[in-house]
Design a protein around this ligand. Structure first.
Ligand SMILES: Nc1ncnc2c1ncn2[C@@H]1O[C@H](COP(=O)(O)OP(=O)(O)OP(=O)(O)O)[C@@H](O)[C@H]1O
Ligand SMILES: [Mg+2]
Length: 242
């Protein structure tokens, strides 16, 4: 297949359903290498379902998903994660009764390039010094912000080609929201390609290169973040200003 240079992920006319209930209709999006792309939209719009359908957690009912030139639509999640696609879910999936470090080491089991685990750990500790300080603490006893850092760190241990992150700022105090967005910006600067789902539209558009807006399972708007920030509809509907 002929894909544009630098294209990492391409989703074409994706549809998905839960049982008889169709929730995604004709979703198309593109992520290029090195890009920071955001998916925004209200509660229930279908953002998480898009990530689930891309990552293989649910099977798309129609459409194509291409990752690194390979068709992955309909492949099981464990195979898709081995292709280099990382997915940090809304509920984080931490192992609460295990230490911070053991949680991180679990993330390395799917590492692509075979480099030593110690090196991966050091990279993550450098990025999130708080995790290094807490390396022996049980994951279940971390604060909300620390848990999100741990989930991000674990997602990075396998050096994914693309990191999909679902609402990392959910439920955090404003100061921690900033910390999480700083961490994402830092990751992006280090060359990680990111597909971020967020409801925090203001923050998201200030860090993402481009964004897609989802409403009722359909893409209604897309473009560079700077343009969307000027878009009248988006400003009224999502930022509450004219
Ligand atoms: N497992 C499920 N079974 C049935 N319906 C579901 C399931 N998961 C999600 N839905 C429905 O699909 C629609 C889209 O849900 P989704 O979780 O993708 O929305 P979202 O945009 O991520 O919302 P939020 O911002 O609240 O996380 C919603 O109407 C939701 O009720
Ligand atoms: Mg969601």
């Amino acid at each position: 297949m002929n894909e544009p240079a630098g294209q990492l992920l391409s989703v074409r006319h994706l549809q998905a359903r839960y049982g008889r209930l169709q929730v995604l209709w004709d979703i198309s999006l593109e992520v290029c290498k090195g890009e920071f792309v955001a998916l925004i939209g209200a509660n229930g719009a279908g953002k998480t379902t898009i990530l689930r359908a891309i990552s293989g957690v649910i099977r798309p009912s129609a459409g194509e998903v291409t990752f690194l030139g390979q068709s992955i639509g309909g492949m099981p999640a464990h195979k898709i994660s081995r292709t280099g696609l990382g997915y940090i879910t809304e509920d984080l999936n931490l192992f609460e009764a295990m230490s911070v470090q053991d949680n991180l080491l679990l993330g390395v089991m799917t590492r692509q390039d075979g480099s030593p685990r110690g090196e991966a750990l050091n990279e993550v500790y450098q990025l999130f010094p708080i995790l290094s300080q807490r390396r022996r603490q049980l994951a279940g006893t971390l604060s909300g912000g620390e848990r999100r850092m741990l989930a991000l760190g674990r997602g990075l241990m396998s050096h994914p080609q693309l990191l999909m992150v679902d609402e990392p700022s959910l439920g955090l105090a404003p100061r921690l929201v900033l910390t999480v967005f700083d961490a994402l910006t830092d990751l992006h600067r280090r060359g990680v390609t990111i597909l971020l789902v967020e409801q925090n539209v203001n923050h998201t558009l200030s860090v993402a290169d481009k964004a897609y807006v989802v409403e009722h399972g359909r893409m209604v708007l897309q473009g560079p973040s700077a343009e969307l920030l000027q878009n009248e509809y988006l400003r009224e509907a999502y930022l509450g200003r004219r």
